[in-house]
Design a protein. Structure first.
Length: 419
């Protein structure tokens, strides 16, 4: 013990030469207890190669000793020699007191290699060897969580929670909340998120709580938590779009648009923020601002079909038919085959009196929208203007069949039939 303390004191005081001399003396002629104690202390201080030499020396005298093997394996892991660690640990016999600990370490190493099934088998064996050890339950929960097996992960996190709120520096309430949320049990997750935040406010936990509240329909709670997160870390870019959605659900559209604006200031390349901002601006009747935001979304992603469709609706509402055609051509219909573009183009070309192109687009859209009353109505009236009365009559007959009380359809069918 005195020799160990002397070596550690020398190391702490920067007297490395003297410490190495003392260390070599212990390695060469020290008693086993002295070597073991010094090796443990050196590991704690990060002198891994020196600790490894002592543990390897001890194994010459105590081959197969589980406690020594586990410590040596941990040292190997710390220097990146995982394969050596695995080979050592696999040698420990089932009746060794350190067998369960070895299985846990093996499971961790196999998990790092992506061998999840092997890792699971090791932990299941550890559970048999150490049925009451919380560390095994925690390791199984972490493994299943990483594998996406949330149901099993929840089972083992709940076992850990019976005795520990926190384990290995990890909040069990947080882990349990994340698994419940990931499995769609949003309401069940909320109390665990709240408990985790009571114990320690951490931004990822705060985001998870806010997002889960939004998914559960607790919009006010989501707003409160997202706003708290924004105050703690304004650079947490992911929060802004979700905050805007929460405000929208509460019909607080100005607040929602402000959240989008704040988000764009932090992340101007987020097309979804521009897109959602455009939709919000439209709801608020701010058409010019909506157009700008939607155009910015398309500038970021020229193939952003959803943004183009919303912008086209605005142009059609404003009777800007040439802009409709320009936008569709810019989006490139061949690459982004969206049937709605054909319908939009048909309406635009019809108003621009380019009837041949209008007819082509109506025909292209027809297979997709033949069950859509609004489309069939547009197409039917276009056919009347084109003089295709027989085909128009068939369309309005079909509409009348679907809606027998519609007097307009009935009148049209009668007049077209007479023609």
């Amino acid at each position: 013990m005195e020799k160990t303390n002397k070596i550690i004191d020398l190391l702490e005081n920067g007297q490395h030469k003297e410490a190495i001399e003392e260390y070599n003396e212990v390695l060469k002629s020290g008693v086993p207890e002295e070597k073991f104690l010094l090796a443990e202390r050196l590991m704690q201080y990060g002198f891994l190669q020196e600790a490894i030499a002592l543990f390897e020396n001890l194994l010459l005298y105590y081959p197969g000793e589980g406690e020594i093997i586990v410590l040596l394996a941990e040292a190997y892991v710390d220097i990146g020699e995982e394969e050596k660690a695995i080979l050592l640990l696999e040698e420990i016999e089932a009746d060794d007191p350190s067998y369960g600990e070895a299985l846990i370490l093996l499971a961790d190493l196999y998990q790092l290699q992506g061998l999840y099934e092997v890792s699971e088998r090791k932990l299941r064996s550890a559970k048999e060897a150490l049925p009451d050890e919380t560390v095994v339950d925690f390791a199984l929960a972490e493994l299943y969580s990483s594998m996406g097996g949330m149901k099993k992960a929840i089972e083992f996190y709940e076992k850990v929670l019976k005795s520990e709120d926190e384990f290995a520096g990890v909040s069990i309430h947080q882990r349990l909340a994340e698994c419940l949320s990931a499995s769609g049990a949003f309401e069940d997750a909320m109390p665990h998120y709240e408990k985790a935040l009571e114990n320690r406010v951490e931004i990822n936990t705060l985001f998870g709580c806010a997002f889960t509240a939004l998914q559960a329909g607790y919009n006010r709670t989501a707003i409160e938590r997202f706003e708290e997160l924004k105050h703690l870390d304004p650079e947490y870019h992911s929060l802004y779009l979700h905050l805007a959605h929460a405000y929208e659900r509460e019909e607080m559209l100005d607040n929602a648009l402000q959240a989008v604006t704040d988000g764009i200031r932090k992340d101007d390349f987020n097309k979804d923020l521009h897109y959602f901002g455009g939709k919000l601006a439209l709801k608020l009747g701010r058409q010019e601002e909506a157009e700008q935001l939607l155009r910015e979304a398309l500038a970021l992603d020229p193939g952003f079909t959803e943004a183009a469709l919303i912008l086209n609706k605005l142009f059609i509402h404003q009777e800007r038919y040439e802009d409709v055609i320009d936008l569709i051509q810019a989006v490139d219909m061949e690459e982004h085959a969206e049937p709605q573009f054909h319908w939009d183009a048909a309406v635009a070309f019809e108003h621009l009196e380019e009837y041949g192109k209008a007819r082509e687009n109506y025909e292209a859209a027809y297979p997709y929208f033949k069950n859509n009353e609004n489309f069939m109505n547009d197409y039917g009236y276009f056919l009347i203007e084109e003089g295709k009365t027989a085909l128009a009559a068939e369309i309005f007959k079909e509409l009348l069949r679907r809606n027998p009380v519609n007097a307009e359809y009935a009148d049209l069918v009668e007049r077209l039939s007479q023609n």
